[in-house]
Design a protein around this ligand. Structure first.
Ligand code: SF4
Ligand code: SF4
Length: 179
């Protein structure tokens, strides 16, 4: 094709490329971009980390806090975290310009206080927010009031105190016939 033919062809076709990044690009409404956490809603339950196939998310306890962390360098934008979050705290946005000169820029973390056992006062491996959330769910359930009260008591206890309270309860029922 001669140069003249190419010029004629281009004129006929018009502009077929876009001017991004000089001109911002509009992505589709359903586009799956950067996942973002709302730390006000998150209860640090870890469901998103368990579901993340790329291990981009972690939720771990350290020095009395739960640390929720994401590494965007590993994220594959599958939206599993958004699907499993019980409180809608993580959502995929339409943001896709995540390139950075520093690896550190690709991390984000949020910290949540760990709960203390209502019986012995020891630090538990669960956030206070998760305990509060569990209690709210129990409260709005249709369980009988006495069972609600008992379950609410158990969720605020560490494993050791829970086992002891459960054993004492059983002993009350089967040995002394109390409840
Ligand atoms: S979008 Fe997928 S890969 Fe990215 S953090 Fe969520 S679950 Fe992990
Ligand atoms: S599943 Fe939701 S509430 Fe639970 S840790 Fe992840 S973002 Fe937070």
């Amino acid at each position: 094709m001669s140069l003249l033919q190419i010029l004629k062809h281009s004129k006929r076709r018009g502009i077929v490329t876009i001017r991004y990044p000089l001109v911002p690009i509009e992505v589709d409404e359903l586009y799956r971009g950067k996942p973002e956490l709302d730390p006000e809603l998150c209860i640090a339950c870890g469901a998103c980390a368990n579901a993340c196939p790329a291990e981009a998310l972690t939720v771990e306890s350290s020095n009395g806090v739960k640390i929720w962390r994401i590494f965007y360098g590993r994220c594959i934008y599958c939206a599993r975290c958004q699907e499993v979050c019980p409180v809608g705290a993580i959502k995929l946005t339409r943001e896709f310009e995540l390139a950075s000169k520093s690896r550190e820029d690709l991390f984000y973390e949020a910290r949540f206080a760990l709960a203390r056992c209502s019986s012995c006062g020891g630090v538990m491996d669960v956030s206070q927010r998760e305990v509060d959330y569990a209690r709210e769910l129990i409260e709005i359930s249709e369980l009988p009031p006495e069972l609600k009260e008992e379950l609410s008591r158990y969720v605020a206890m560490c494993q050791k105190c829970k086992r002891r309270a459960f054993a004492e309860n059983l002993a009350g029922v089967y040995i002394h016939g109390e409840r």
